[in-house]
Design a protein around this ligand. Structure first.
Ligand SMILES: O=C(O)CCCC[C@@H]1SC[C@@H]2NC(=O)N[C@@H]21
Length: 244
């Protein structure tokens, strides 16, 4: 593992992606920063994080023969790695909200943005971007569902120690992925999936409300599978559905 420590950058994902174009990177090269001016989230959202208080980093992982159709398993591995690391710190009531938000006490403590470098139908490398809310004291009112580890556990954490612990876990789960241990990755992910098998109210993008329960994820397209009251199963892509 090689760690590149920056004081400030626009986005660690962008920095690492640019670096990978000009430099041959070894697996688990990490770019971590104290401050991000254009942190990016999923679906073109903005990732806001107080400088020096939280972890903002990206990890480079290359693949020999990794079909883009299997990328859901990479998502499983990254989410489970973060769950596992936080669980080892006794962070309470942890779950993974599909696809890869990590919740504690129903609040989001970590977001993941995976960006792939493609060669045809194959993923030649992935940039795994992680924003982990660690020592921030509060979040603005417009982010009512966000929290930090400090807000939940009432103590501060050393950022470097957490980063090292996570990379150790990530190496383990990426190994499972490279060994094509797909069923195990799916099982581990489904075991910690938020609201799995619990009847819940959902809202579609068209503002339609419906009852259903999450039963799994379609591993070939990454969509969330929700079983409706009449036992039919519907699949939803990111942003097509949310909890009501
Ligand atoms: O929940 C999300 O929408 C994903 C957030 C990912 C944020 C991290 S912070 C480090 C890395 N660099 C970025 O620009 N984004 C990711």
């Amino acid at each position: 593992m090689r760690i590149i420590k920056l004081n400030a950058t626009a986005s660690t994902n962008s920095f690492l992606k640019d670096l990978s174009v000009t430099t041959k990177l070894e697996d688990f090269t990490v770019v971590v920063t104290d401050e991000q001016s254009s942190g990016r989230g999923q679906m073109n959202t903005v990732w806001l994080s107080e400088s020096h208080k939280n972890l903002m980093f990206s990890v480079f992982v290359s693949f020999d023969n990794f079909d883009i159709q299997k990328q859901t398993y990479l998502n499983f591995g990254v989410a489970v790695a973060m769950f596992d690391m936080l669980n080892s710190l006794n962070v309470p009531r942890l779950s993974v909200k599909w696809p890869n938000d990590i919740l504690s006490e129903k609040k989001k403590v970590c977001g993941v943005l995976i960006e792939n470098i493609l060669k045809g139908r194959m993923i030649s490398a992935s940039i795994i971007g992680i924003g982990l809310n660690v020592n921030q004291d509060s979040f603005p009112d417009y982010l009512p569902d966000a929290a930090s580890l400090k807000m939940i556990l009432a103590k501060e954490f050393n950022l470097k120690v957490l980063l090292n612990k996570f990379i150790e876990k990530l190496e383990y789960y990426i190994n499972l992925l490279k060994n094509e241990d797909y069923d195990l990755l799916e099982e581990l992910y489904l075991n910690v999936l938020h609201k799995k098998n619990i009847p819940s109210m959902f809202r579609t993008t068209e503002d339609v409300l419906f009852m259903g329960k999450i039963i799994g994820v379609n591993t070939s397209n990454g969509k969330l599978q929700i079983e409706l009251s009449d036992e039919t199963v519907k699949e939803f892509a990111l942003k097509e559905v949310s909890f009501a």
